[in-house]
Design a protein around this ligand. Structure first.
Ligand code: IMP
Ligand code: MG
Length: 185
């Protein structure tokens, strides 16, 4: 275990198994997806940078044609909490009108980032839009997110690994661990 981590919450093996299950579920749920103008009907969207690892693993567990696209957003405010003010730094490259969108997110904390994004993308008239969140934190007052797929419920602690960072570190840890509070206080 990394010396800055106080506890491992989800091991590499648990993550692999869970992502496989979510991928199988999506494969079943979207089995009827065909193609729109020759493009796959299904679009996986990930919000860089945290969700890139999850989306990469998830995509390989979905046995359907799909397009992968990326957004970059930044939220203003303190480094370990979300302010809810979202700025789009990179928009989608593909057109999602009439297509089925699944946003792959690393973690839902306050939910403010995702509620903003969902509203933003709904304006483009996708056929449907839902969320696959790798982690959902157990926090009071979380925004109501249409999250059909979820990896794990997570305690309200600051976690790192599997794409999640603190100050751009720890993303490459293969497990989800609780960061020692002295690392950020
Ligand atoms: P929300 O808007 O509060 O739901 O914040 C979501 C974003 O904050 C996530 O996509 C992460 O980038 C970041 N975040 C929230 N909690 C954690 C955490 O425990 N570790 C690392 N990043 C986190
Ligand atoms: Mg993120």
């Amino acid at each position: 275990m990394h010396k800055d981590v106080e506890e491992v919450l989800f091991t590499e093996e648990q993550i692999r198994q869970r992502v496989h299950e979510i991928g199988a579920q999506i494969t079943e749920d979207y089995a009827d997806c065909s193609s729109v103008n020759g493009k796959p009907d299904l679009v996986l969207v990930s919000v860089l940078r945290g969700a890139a690892l999850f989306m990469g693993d998830l995509a390989r567990q979905i046995d359907l044609p799909l397009e992968m696209d990326y957004m970059v957003v930044s939220s203003y405010g303190a480094s370990t909490t979300s302010s809810g003010v979202v700025r789009i730094l990179k928009d989608l490259s593909t057109d999602i009108e009439g297509r089925h969108v699944i946003i792959a997110e690393d973690v839902i904390d306050t939910g403010l980032t995702l509620s903003y994004l969902i509203d933003f993308l709904k304006d483009r008239k996708p056929a449907s839009i839902t969320v696959a969140a790798f982690l959902r934190k157990d926090v009071k007052g979380q925004a109501d997110i249409p999250c059909k797929y979820m990896g794990f419920e997570c305690p309200d602690k600051f976690v790192v690994g599997y794409g999640l960072d603190y100050a751009e570190r720890y993303r490459n840890l293969p497990y989800i661990g609780v960061l020692k509070p002295e690392m950020y206080s």
